[in-house]
Design a protein around this ligand. Structure first.
Ligand SMILES: C[S@@+](CC[C@H](N)C(=O)[O-])C[C@H]1O[C@@H](n2cnc3c(N)ncnc32)[C@H](O)[C@@H]1O
Length: 309
């Protein structure tokens, strides 16, 4: 893995650090079996030599102090137009609650449900995201819990609807964690309850790329400043995971005066992989939509939205 940051090396110091020099020599011609296995070993060594470090040498937590304050502005532009919050609100109204959202973040989806008078619990790993939600003055019927979706335990509480909107499930990188989460979901569902969640549909031509260079994807005003967000992607096809590195650049009077960096990993899923996973976890009835208007899943659908029972 390597840095995709277009900043000068001096700025990147402390963010990506290479442990030592590496790497397989180029031999040309058809490699022998011995050369191929030496190359594989060298590639593994090289991957291990790149470690992700925070500016002070600590690993940065995703959805932390950088992302949380910018989250709502960014996703009002990048996600709200999808209509996802409207579908989750409609599902909550149909099922009547209580609702549990896994990875509730700043409450972009959950707050409208709570404000519609439906009892809700929001679970999230990130204290920064939960603090941003609390700062919005949620109704008393919204219960917030800091925890991991793969091992939470809400005691005797049972929910008519458990949700994981906006790809929260894609933050589970291993089959072990995914199955652990699905078992937790099933354990917390009331009889007849459903698990509704969405993941992005992998567009094959895009997923084939090992890297997508940094690109601006949103900007907004904050007082006299303009915040410009850009994102770069590096994919690891062996683990079906991608690392998204985001920059939030603050501009004032036409000059960039500050840059903040945040990143997270995401696992991508293919349709039948997910369906096997859900079946393995004990879900027997699946509905798959291709968009938040509940349209049927098709080759050109932008989303994979599951309602699993
Ligand atoms: C893309 S945000 C979605 C937030 C919210 N659902 C929305 O639609 O705006 C993903 C959220 O999942 C949370 N998250 C990531 N991994 C998690 C885990 N293992 N357990 C609980 N929450 C997690 C993050 O902290 C973040 O708030």
């Amino acid at each position: 893995m390597r840095a995709v940051n277009s900043e000068p090396a001096s700025r990147q110091a402390g963010i990506w650090r290479r442990k030592a020099s590496s790497m397989a020599s180029e031999t040309g011609g058809t490699p022998t079996a011995g050369e191929r296995s030496a190359e594989r070993r060298a590639r593994r060594r090289t991957r291990a030599r790149w470690v992700r470090l925070a500016p002070h040498g600590r690993r940065r937590r995703p959805y932390g102090a950088v992302t949380a304050p910018h989250y709502d502005e960014a996703y009002a532009r990048l996600r709200e137009p999808s209509g996802d919050a409207g579908l989750y609100l409609a599902l909550a109204r149909e099922r009547g609650g209580p609702v549990l959202e896994l990875g509730c973040g700043t409450g972009r989806v959950l707050l409208p449900i709570a404000r519609a008078g439906i009892a809700c619990t929001g679970l999230d790993l990130s204290p920064h995201m939960l603090d941003a939600l609390r700062a919005k003055g949620p109704p008393a019927s919204l219960h917030l819990v800091q925890g991991r979706m793969q091992d939470f335990d809400l005691g005797a509480e049972r929910f008519a609807l458990v949700t994981a909107p906006f790809r929260a499930f894609q933050h589970l990188y291993t089959v072990e964690d995914q199955l652990a989460c699905l078992a937790r979901v099933r354990r917390h569902l009331a009889p007849g309850g459903a698990f509704a969640f969405d993941v992005f549909k992998p567009r094959l031509e895009r997923m084939a790329l090992a890297e997508e260079p940094e690109q601006e994807d949103a900007c907004w005003r904050e007082g006299e400043d303009e915040i410009v967000r850009s994102a770069a992607v590096v994919r690891d096809h062996a683990t079906q995971t991608m690392r998204v590195t985001m920059h939030y650049d603050r501009h004032r009077a036409g000059q960039r005066i500050a840059r903040e960096t945040a990143d997270f990993r995401m696992r991508w899923f293919h349709r039948y992989e997910l369906e096997h996973l859900l079946a393995r976890a004990g879900f027997t009835q699946l509905t798959l939509y291709g968009d938040f208007d509940r349209s049927e899943y098709a080759a050109d659908s932008p989303e994979m939205i599951y309602i699993a029972r």
